[in-house]
Design a protein around this ligand. Sequence first.
Ligand code: NAI
Ligand code: MG
Length: 500
Amino acid sequence: MQTLAEVRAAVERLALPERGTIGGRLTAAADGATFENVSPRDGRVLGLVPRMGAADIDAAVAAARAAFEDGRWRTLTPKARKRILFALADRMEAEADELALMETLDTGKPITDSRNIDIPLAIQTVRWYAEALDKVYGEVGPGNAAKLSIAVHEPLGVIGAITPWNFPLHMAMWKVAPALAMGNSVVLKPAEQSPLTAMRVAELAIEAGLPAGCFNVVTGFGDPAGAALARHMDVDMITFTGSGPVGRKLMIYSGESNLKRVSLELGGKAPQIVFADCPDFDAAAEAAAWGVFFNQGEVCTAASRLLVQQEIADEFMAKVVEVARSIRVGDPLDPATRFGAMVSREQLGTALRYIDTARNEGDRLLLGGRQVRTDSGGFYLEPTIFDCVAESSTLAREEVFGPVLGALTFKDTKDALRIANDTIYGLASGLWTGSLDRAMTVSRQLRAGLVWVNGWDACDITMPFGGFKQSGFGRDRSLHAMHKYADLKSITFTVRDTNT
Ligand code: NAI
Ligand code: MG
């Protein structure tokens, strides 16, 4: 699949999944309802997807509960569970091309990104947690001769995962893989914009030998399907990536139902700070542009606030604009494309409204700002850069979740930190400096869950990922994610002295 013609031919051959999976069976909605799945590439309908609701969620949770209670998964030996998760990863790898096509058709992201980033990282995530599952140790307490205490990690039970459309399979696996690795059952509600890869991977899990009911995929809209999952009295935890308003609702649903645990990853307004002593201006300019334009800006860690030290601002912004100008908005199916369509008409509309607001508030447009490729029927927006953004302006404060960069200037380190931390969010952040002392000082004072020094988006599955402040709480990736899907149980053995 090196050329557009080859990719188009592969799309013709592609069979799209049509059902969710409940209790190990391919399943339509209980009431037979469906919805049209639209491709942002050309606005055309790809197919019909089950529009599941509360009744389907009930069935999926019941299947997940039954699987958890009878221990068909959690009581297998670690070796046996590992073998099944590896088999799943192998099947995903064998179908990587098809999964990548589905991801691109569903989301509008470049096929080259789906093939090189989304699908390989989703597979790597499954393998990483499969490898890790017999390396999670408990603790032995200090105790004494008459008492031995141990703390063991026990799976929570039924995990409800509600996931977004920007990295559909990758984000789903960040949650599903560690949850399964710890012995839980999972009910996944993928985003309605991009359900295909989750639907297919649930089928592959059955083929891989995952016992029925351990991994269920219920397709449908946030309300009713996601809400029914989050309100369910028999779900032990909701793990979520998505918007702040929905994150708030999930906490309310928890309080109104069974106090299920909630873990939230809610996006941000990430600052990328470029100091005048930056060791590599070309690399920083690349990172400034691609940090926000990667995946059409639809990234929770998008570097949407660029903070540049005053004395280098003009020169540096010229470099950033040069990089951004070279980005061609193209057909997501073309392997040459690095910047594709936005996920939906709604998301495009939101970004265009933010562009209007920025103009009206006096931010200076340096590049882009227009919808393009309208003949395609798809949802395309140019990479857009605003300069001279005031700290109080909407573009400096609100998450666009689109390819819109706002650049601000600062005087000194103190000023940079003040501006960087002046946000309700705290997910990603980054800085460019040649000074080790400055790098250490600033990275410890940034109020964010991720800090990247002299590089953007530079860490991987081995490190925890998640936010401070209103970017949410709980961590994906790393061994910490496994602990999130477990409870700690303290067991104390009272020892009678057998010598007496
Ligand atoms: P959203 O938060 O509505 O959707 C995310 C997931 O939540 C989807 O699976 C959706 O079906 C589900 N959902 C929606 N309402 C729900 C409810 N009442 N109960 C349970 N589940 C519910 O996000 P949306 O509308 O797709 O995008 C809007 C904004 O959200 C974006 O502009 C962006 O700012 C943010 N977002 C952030 C993401 C991140 O990576 N942190 C990912 C996607 C969106
Ligand atoms: Mg879609």
